[in-house]
Design a protein around this ligand. Structure first.
Ligand code: HEC
Length: 309
């Protein structure tokens, strides 16, 4: 372990330090990637859930607005001789508002809102195979309020949220039970074969919103990349600074002291360990050498004196 971390003295200090830094940095980057991937993944999921939740709630609000405020005004017109006014129908207003929304920004092109129905009045609401599966799930467990999931299509991957559409009141049956109860204008507009035979409390379809997730996950990957690059950059800067500090504080003075020590071993009096004025460990080392140099000089002098006749 010690040799792995570069502290065993088998290489120059600079290499030992670089090895330690490289190991610590690559370890931290690896851990950071794993943790951030999780964290950014949760954030992306959260964003997708928020978007789909907001989308669904908006559509529910449009439906409610139509039932409560538009229908009472427009519905009487549908009893008269004029053409059928679909503006009175919550399902029509929700799908129409959504079409306007889709047209508002290219980003929204991939969103979808459906009132997928097994036996619809308007055939564009006919459930496809996937949607029919969702509706059947609601029909087989009527207490279920919402189904969410992911779906891969040739256009990309989508997150969907579905809620059951229930025939909630007698009022619905006026237009969805038998053709003879429906306004004539409705029969003229939609025919008398689709969207009838619904029962009270029956689940006839599902509201399904889907929001694209690929762009969100792509943004997540980009954030992860950017963060890792930034971390790597910080590490490179730290490594460069550490290296230069090591060089200035330790390596250079040590090289000088060792040169002087070598010189002092031959001619002690000609050398001065000027670093002894420093207050740090290098200063201590220089002081020790200075004392050793003086002892050496004295010993040499004594030897010389003894050799004199
Ligand atoms: C005045 C007649 C009328 C009443 C009342 C009515 N609907 Fe409809 N409903 C329609 C028509 C017409 C459409 C087709 C609208 C369109 O063109 O999108 C429709 C569409 C729907 C759709 C979309 C699927 C489809 O059939 O095209 C659902 C779901 C739906 N209605 C449910 C209900 C429920 C639930 C109620 C009662 C709360 C209700 N409707 C009351 C006439 C009515």
């Amino acid at each position: 372990m010690r040799s792995l971390l570069g502290g065993d003295g088998s290489r120059p200090l600079r290499q030992q330090l670089s090895l330690t830094l490289a190991l610590v940095f690559s370890g931290s980057i690896l851990v950071a990637i794993l943790l951030l991937d999780q964290l950014f993944g949760w954030q992306a999921k959260d964003l997708i859930n928020q978007r789909s939740g907001f989308f669904m709630d908006t559509m529910l609000a449009v439906r409610e607005y139509t039932s409560k405020e538009v229908n009472p005004v427009v519905a009487p017109l549908n009893q008269g001789p004029g053409a059928f006014r679909p503006e009175a129908v919550p399902s029509y207003s929700a799908t129409t508002v959504f079409e306007y929304l889709r047209g508002a920004k290219p980003d929204y092109k991939q969103y979808s809102y459906r009132e997928a129905t097994l036996n619809p009045t308007n055939l564009k609401d006919k459930a496809d195979t996937f949607e029919a599966g969702v509706v059947e799930s609601f029909r087989s467990s009527p207490t279920q309020k919402v189904i969410t999931g992911e779906r891969s299509t040739p256009l990309g991957s989508f997150h969907y949220v579905a809620r059951p559409i229930r025939v909630s009141g007698e009022s619905c049956l006026a237009c969805h039970s038998t053709p003879d109860r429906a306004p004539r204008s409705q029969l003229l507009a939609y025919g008398d074969t689709n969207g009838f035979g619904w029962k009270l409390d029956e689940i006839v379809g599902a509201q399904i919103v889907s929001v694209p997730q690929d762009t969100v996950f792509q943004a997540k990957r980009q954030s992860l990349m950017a963060t890792v690059l930034l971390l790597a950059l910080v590490f490179v800067v730290v490594a460069l600074v550490t290296n230069s500090v090591l060089n200035r504080l330790i390596l250079r003075p040590m090289r000088l002291i060792s040169q002087k020590a070598e010189e002092a071993s031959v001619t002690p009096t000609s050398v001065s360990f000027t670093e002894k004025s420093r207050m740090d460990e290098i200063g201590h080392l220089a002081k020790s050498f200075e004392r050793m140099k003086q002892s050496l000089a004295i010993s040499m002098q004594m030897l010389k004196d003894r050799q004199k006749p």
